[in-house]
Write a protein that binds this ligand. Sequence first.
Ligand SMILES: NC(=O)c1ccc[n+]([C@@H]2O[C@H](COP(=O)([O-])OP(=O)(O)OC[C@H]3O[C@@H](n4cnc5c(N)ncnc54)[C@H](O)[C@@H]3O)[C@@H](O)[C@H]2O)c1
Length: 361
Amino acid sequence: MTATSVLRIALVGAGEVAEHKHLRALREVRGATVVALADPDTVRCARVADRYGIPQRLSEAHACFSPQIADIVGILTPPGTHAELAIAAIEQGRHVLVEKPLALTLADCDALVAASRGNSVSTMTGFHMRWHRLLSRARDLIASGVLGRLESIRGTWNSPRGDETAPPWKRARITGGGAIVELGVHLFDQWRWLTGAEVIEVFARARHGTRDDENATISATLSNGMLAEAVISERTSHVIEIEVCGDEGRLRVSCQRFDGLEVYARRETAGMMGPRRRALVRTLRELPRGIARMRTLGDYGDSYRGEWQHLVDSVRAGGTPSCTMEDGRAAVLVALAAAASAASGRSVRVADAPTTLVAAR
Ligand SMILES: NC(=O)c1ccc[n+]([C@@H]2O[C@H](COP(=O)([O-])OP(=O)(O)OC[C@H]3O[C@@H](n4cnc5c(N)ncnc54)[C@H](O)[C@@H]3O)[C@@H](O)[C@H]2O)c1
């Protein structure tokens, strides 16, 4: 690879997230191009490859791990397949991005961490929200100390889906579906990434319908003493919001609004003149950018571009990407503890979490 060569990316899995998020974002990534798409569903694979002009279509994933085909591989398949596919790619010397959740068992997470450490390749867990423009700004603000001593963090993630569009693996917790595993890992990673603290103990409640864990709430304690709360749903209206409160102020990020970062001093409420004026100025200042990016899912869509650009730049620089396999493992551990808590009705310490997912019912 030379400093100017274009890196070749192969994607494994031509499903929903590949078609509607990764491939859209990859059109705007500098220094890389998608050369291959692999999926045993050859009809879907061909349709998605045609849509994005991808030259090679493969029905078998391992075929794209060879150095003749790709430099980087994106594993975008159901979670139960991540470890086997990603380890095979790493062992063939490919740089790898693995979608969240990293895996469904502690053994698979450990095997991924070991493979990543034992090979000189760049590997990354796909927590794309770490590249969300407003969340990155929020993280910098938190690190600056403007909120004072951190007290609590609250995340809401609703991503409604109808039964007719849910593949079988998204219907059951033990195959990676539902609010605790599919969506929860994002918020568990946000808790860690935004606060720099680890999750110590969780208490979870889940509500099932035709699918497992259609709604869930998870309360947690963090290693820095903060309290954390997640409210997650696959049934109700779209929202992704994070609020962090300190003893000197609080901030709130509405991740789907271009003007969605609000910061309040300790004595301010949202209805006061100062915050209202700041909100108006913020909206007017950011409106042109917001309108320009609306068609590409705004900052949410951009976060996928950011994660890929980060991996491509890391590969080129020979560096370690900032969202590691260890980060992926840490979020899965919290999900394992939360699943056990929801099943037992008791708090579960993350250090004592079972090594596999406890079934929902
Ligand atoms: N980052 C996010 O916000 C986000 C959003 C949605 C999904 N995801 C994650 O992305 C992954 C895929 O989700 P999805 O919604 O696209 O699922 P999906 O079921 O729509 O698509 C998965 C695709 O993988 C293919 N596949 C299965 N086994 C394969 C194998 N061995 N080799 C090659 N292809 C194989 C299937 O045929 C299917 O086309 C999951 O881990 C999911 O949690 C992440």
